[in-house]
Structure formats: structure tokens, C-alpha cells
Write a protein that binds this ligand. Sequence first.
Ligand SMILES: [Mg+2]
Length: 378
Amino acid sequence: MKQDRRDFLKTAGLIAGTALFTGHSNNLFANNNFLNMKEAKLKLSWKPYTLELRHVFTIAKNSRSTTADMLVQIEYGDFTGYGEASMPPYLGESQETADAFLSKVDLGKFENPFELEKILGYVDSIAEGNKAAKASVDIAMHDLIGKMMNQPWYNIWGFEKEKTPFTSFTIGIDTEEVVRQKTLEAKEFKILKVKLGRDTDKMMIETIRSVSYTPICVDVNEGWKDKNFALDMIHWLKERNCVFVEQPMPKTDFDGNAWLTEHSPLPTIGDEAVQRLPDVLKAHGVYSGINIKLMKSTGMREAYKMLTLARALGMKVMIGCMTETSCAISAAAQLSPMVDWADLDGALLIANDIYEGAKVIDGRVILSDRPGIGIKKI
Ligand SMILES: [Mg+2]
């Protein structure tokens, strides 16, 4: 008898619990205008946009003053998610290729927008490459889902908002005068990212050090071809308060980069060598860490997986960007509480941002409280 009563109480408790949960869920749905969403369909749209750079930007391989971009939005009932594809020319995508790719994406056939693995797996399977175009859909889907849940992604992922790192400010390869000027303008920043890889490397560093002792990191963009020269440069840089070295030698030189990492007094970070999830395993033992960028990884979902895998392998992680609006920057910033270094100055380098989102204040990434990727249109 006693046993029966206990069983009854247990069952009753279970039912009460279920009722509570269901009640809570209904309230959640009601609060978020989920009612009458049965008929809603995911609707994708996009338009080309050209980012105007504040300064001509020079790295080891080229110079430019604009970046091709595609602005994307996904509507579902009353909700709208925003995304973006930034396509610097050397990565091989363009507004034409993005337009052609996005024309093939049929999101209307998916009934449950929360099934991101299925939806984004489908988007990835449509064609090879097109990583920035895929990222634009991924970011817009994340923004949409976050808004439906009324939570920013750093909360959904369980990250601490306050743990965002300092972000570096990028100084491109330039004349002594411009480098000095840019260094002085970057006083707010706690770390400077210096582009190297041409025959002016020591001039660049000495010019910066003539006006500032802010820690630097350097990005060689595969510009050093000889491992002994690279190691000498890294020792020289370490004496000048350099923190790490990004993509020192060509991405195809696995043995050279691995040798350099083994002997280097500073951490090395793979960037060009690390595009998507399988590249993290290949980079293990070759670099000390990886640079994750949404435009390489096809978006936030794979970036999260790369972060998790790199951490499991004991590797350093940085999160970087292209020149982008605050849309893609704020999306990347959702991951930033979990990285060692951030390089999220992309929106600061353009003159025609159209969103407000994650900000850089006193050199630190500050996340917004807004749901999704945390942006609003300006
Ligand atoms: Mg880089």
C-alpha cells in the first residue's frame, strides 16, 4: 500500500513537472509571438554592398580601398535575422559568385528553423567553396534563432559576457610616416597587429617602437619563405614585445612551419592554413594555435566546433575577421569570451557600416545585450 502511494506521488510529481514545463514553454512561445507561426516559411533575400575602407589597406600580397560584400536577411513570421558575406578579392569569391550561390538556396522547404545542423548541412552541400556566402546564411540563421529565443548567442552557448579579450588594431604595410600616424591614432588599443612579410619588416617595427611600447602581434601572411630567416625574425620580434606570430610561412609548408613552431620562442598561429574544421587537426603539431574567421569557417556553427576541437587539442585560439560591417563582427564576437586573442577591428576599418552591435571600448570587445548576434540597423 505504502509502495503504491509512493509510486502515485512520484507519478503525480512527474505530471505536475510536465505541466509546469509545458506551461512555461507556452508562455515562452506566447511572449515571442510564436503563435500562428505554423504557416511561417523561412525566406532568404540578399543585396550587394560595397565596403569603403577608411585607409588603403596593404598586406604582403596586395593593396585595396574597397571590399565586396553581400547583405543577407532571413525572415520567419515576425522575425528577421541578418547576415553578411565579406569577400576580399584574394579569397576568390565575389558578389557574382555569392548571388549565384544564394539563388540555389531553398530554405522554404525546412519546417523547423531550429534544426541548424540539418539546414546548414544542406546549405554546405549545395556547392564546394563559397565559404563567405555560406557564412552569410549561417549568421542570418543564428541571428534569427537567437531572436526567436530572445537570447544572445553567448548566453545560448553559456559563455561569460565579461570574459571578452582585448582586440588588436591592424596596421598595414605602409610608409614610415603613415605607420607612425596610425600607431599614434591607435592609442586606445592594448595590442597592435602589424602586417609584415615584405622587405620593410624591421622599419615597420622600429617605427612603431619609436612612438609606442604597446604589445604587438605580427601577421606575416605567408611572407617569410626561409625557416632560419623566420626564426631569426621571431627572436628579434620577441625582444620588441611581440606576443605571437601569425602565418609566418606559406600554408603549404607543413614541415617548415612545424619546425619553426618547435623552435620559436613565441606562439605561432595558422590562419591561411586553417579554413574549416578538418584543418584544425592538420594544424595540430604545425602551429601553436589557429585563427578562426567566420568567412573561412562557413559561419558560427562550424567556428564553434573548431573552437571546441582546438581547445581539446590544447591549442591557442584567436578569432579574426575580414573588413566587415558590425553584422559579421558581432556574430564573431559571440565566441570571443572563449578565445585567447581577438582581432575584431574589421568594422572600425570601414567608413560605411550600417549596423550597431559589438563595440570596442578601451581596446576591449564589448558584447551587446540584444538577442541573436546583437545588432540593430543604424
Ligand atoms: Mg592573418
